[in-house]
Design a protein around this ligand. Sequence first.
Ligand SMILES: Cc1ncc(COP(=O)(O)O)c(C=O)c1O
Length: 251
Amino acid sequence: MAAARGLKVVEDACHALGTEVATGDALHRVGDCSFSDCAAFSFHPVKAIAMGEGGAVTTRDPEIAERLRLYRNHGIVREPERLVRGEARAPDGNFNPWYYEVVEPSLNFRVPDLLCALGISQLGKLERFVVARRSLVKRYDAALAPLAPLVRPVPRPAGLRSGHHLYPVLVDLAGAGLSRAEVMGRLRSLGIGSQVHYIPLHRQPAFAAAPERFPGAEAYYARTLSLPLFASMIEADVERVVRGLSEVLGV
Ligand SMILES: Cc1ncc(COP(=O)(O)O)c(C=O)c1O
């Protein structure tokens, strides 16, 4: 569709680091841009790898890569062949080493070097983190099976090998006779944190739109609850969370 309309496809892959998708015989790793022009990743502290703040963009297109580098740093160029003004040169004809030009309006999107060093080190651990998350998710799926249909993991499409940034479940709150706040509060009193990912954009004041226009997002939001998932969890933690949820829901 995008090709027919001359559009670029940008993946918001901020949750998908380490995810792979199988199509026929091929296994595509998110970020290899098999289906997009570029993919954006976040390395915010809650993401699969953390470097404080910041992220990365991947692309196979050298032109996009070049533009990204330009926009990253105020749209500034210093390479002599890209400078257009006469004052780029000193009277002796050589380029002034101090000279630069802003060729596109932009901002500072640089990640500090110190955070990049942390991010590069974290990237080396990604495989290990993803393996741990996949194994914890398997454990969760099995431990939660007896709580169905009151609690169900969010369905995952065939062919997807998720990096499991989150472990969201769908809870039939009406069936349990509890509000989400009650469930979260009771879990908290057992020392178990939970979160809601996410409040739909159309419910945010800045983007407000009629909820009936987004029935899918509404249905998901009404039930979703993210259970704790992080690479250093152990199976006994998963079992404690599931026991706690079972106790709170009375199943
Ligand atoms: C799906 C998604 N896209 C984009 C972002 C933004 O990432 P950042 O905060 O690193 O800019 C987030 C952050 O939570 C996210 O969850």
